[in-house]
Design a protein around this ligand. Structure first.
Ligand code: FA5
Length: 337
């Protein structure tokens, strides 16, 4: 019994896991364990009454000792397992995950810099607009067929979600007068069917320059400078006559599709051209609405499709990716630092 007691203590000291301790318990107290067998194999017929009594006492004492020691080892093991892991101060730290700039933000930031270098202010506007600034002050009176060019989200209170950033033109003229050079980047809304190149929520960047003797030549020069700067290369453009009630003359400036190099793809609807930039000379009625004398001043305006420009610049084949909120898409663009 002395030997078993000593051996049990030694085995428990060496046991480091739950499984080790359980194995010790089975080895000593299991059905065929050393302590269990001690009693099973004892030859009580060869013992006197006093010897039987002493054996019984010593056996019970050994069994109690074994049970206590095993229970204590199990308790020790549980408390070690719950203890907090030690901290290894030499391990490298975890990297902070940086967010990524959305491609529209990237293009917008780049354009803002280019226009600022040309002396343009950057102005903000309102997503919710009045009929006056979105339509009427732009020479689009009620019942004018041009209102159908843009499917409008009307609010119950008579206001609307602006359909274009041109809504800022008369606001800027009223506030700053002439001469003025400003751009208004921002989100626009149209109740349109969504396809690879149309969204109901998209971005435009409006530009307005009003001064003495501004002509189409100034408009073309500014547009060429800006497009070359943003694409970092010469871009093939074409001008078509375009109708917008708030410019006269009006143009559509198209760029050759950079995704298919003019071959025709789903983004350019197989035409090889992307309608990018409607523009023209500010209509005298609009100047009048902005309290600017059209006999003294003239100007040009343009409404750049910022969303489409981002698609061209970054070869994004489907406009729906931009509003998808899919991080795998955003993570392809430079991190915000
Ligand atoms: C306008 O919105 C005029 N306000 C632009 C303008 C400004 C003309 C100043 C003259 C002077 P338009 O409806 O064509 O025009 O839209 C301008 C650009 O916005 C388009 O060329 C296109 O690039 C972009 N755009 C229009 N609708 C959508 C749409 N549903 N999804 C994505 N981009 C769009």
């Amino acid at each position: 019994m002395q030997e078993i007691r000593a051996q049990l203590s030694e085995d428990l000291t060496a046991a480091t896991t739950d499984q080790d301790i359980e194995a010790v318990r089975v080895r000593y107290l299991g059905r065929k364990g050393a302590i269990t067998l001690l009693r099973k194999n004892a030859d009580f017929s060869a013992m006197s009454g006093a010897e039987r009594k002493r054996f019984g006492q010593q056996f019970n004492e050994l069994k109690r000792f074994a049970e206590q020691q095993i229970a204590a080892a199990q308790a020790r093991q549980t408390s070690t397992a719950l203890a907090p892991p030690s901290i290894d101060m030499t391990l490298p730290g975890l990297n902070n995950h940086l967010g990524h700039l959305h491609p529209i933000s990237l293009v917008q930031m780049e354009l803002e810099e280019i226009f600022q270098s040309l002396g343009f202010m950057i102005l903000d506007g309102y997503h919710v607009e009045t009929d006056f600034y979105n339509f009427e002050s732009l020479n689009i009176p009620r019942d004018h067929p041009a209102r159908d060019m843009q499917d409008t989200y009307w609010l119950k209170n008579g206001l609307l979600l602006r359909t274009h950033t041109s809504a800022n033109q008369v606001r800027a003229l009223e506030h700053y007068g002439a001469p003025v050079r400003a751009i208004f980047p921002g989100r626009c809304f149209r109740n349109e069917a969504i396809d690879p190149s149309h969204e109901n929520t998209f971005y435009q960047l409006e530009g307005l320059m009003v001064d003495r003797e501004i002509s189409v030549a100034n408009l073309i020069a500014v547009m060429r400078t800006v497009l070359a700067a943003i694409f970092h290369r010469e871009v093939t453009v074409r001008l078509r006559p375009g109708y917008f009630p708030f410019v006269e003359p009006g143009f559509e400036l198209d760029i050759q599709c950079l995704i298919c190099a003019g071959e025709g793809c789903s983004t350019c609807k197989k035409s090889g051209w992307i309608e990018l930039l409607p523009c023209g000379l500010v209509h005298p009625r609009v100047l009048e609405f902005g309290q600017v004398d059209p006999d003294r001043y003239s100007g040009f305006a343009f409404g750049l499709g910022l969303t489409r420009l981002a698609m061209m610049k970054y070869n994004i084949p489907d406009i729906r990716l931009l509003n998808s909120g899919d991080l795998r898409f955003c993570e392809q663009f430079p991190a915000a630092v």
